[in-house]
Design a protein around this ligand. Structure first.
Ligand code: AMP
Ligand code: ZN
Length: 109
């Protein structure tokens, strides 16, 4: 928990968000400025700044993020039509919130 990190504050309930899923490792909430009909963020509870800061011991977290994304896509009925999963990495990659998160966007068709 980093007290100046917005996503840590959301995870700990100190800032609001519209959660759609939670387990021991990840939370999923709606992006506040959606760029698609479905725009969700899959966020590990552990504070990790970006993909660059992942370590060998974070393998389970990364696989949990991707498997959760797959399940959430299915629940949102966009599995068959398709969706995008992406990480923005550091400023040049468009990252604005420096707590690791996987974007799930879809729902155009
Ligand atoms: P990134 O540019 O990859 O760091 O993505 C950060 C995302 O977080 C953006 O798509 C923002 O719209 C989203 N965002 C920023 N603040 C909030 C918030 N309070 N609740 C939910 N999503 C947020
Ligand atoms: Zn954080």
């Amino acid at each position: 928990m980093e007290k100046n990190c917005l996503f840590c504050r959301i995870i700990s309930g100190q800032a609001p968000a519209e959660f759609v899923y939670k387990n021991d490792v990840v939370v999923v909430f709606k992006d506040i400025y959606p760029k698609a009909p479905v725009h969700l963020l899959i966020v590990p509870k552990k504070h990790i700044r970006s993909i660059n800061e992942l370590s060998e011991t974070d393998r389970e977290i990364v696989s949990e993020m991707i498997l959760t994304a797959k399940e959430i896509a299915k629940k949102n009925l966009i599995s068959t039509t398709g969706y995008k999963l992406f990480f923005n990495v550091e400023r040049g990659g468009g990252q604005e919130i420096f707590h690791l998160h996987l974007h799930l966007i879809g729902g155009w068709i």
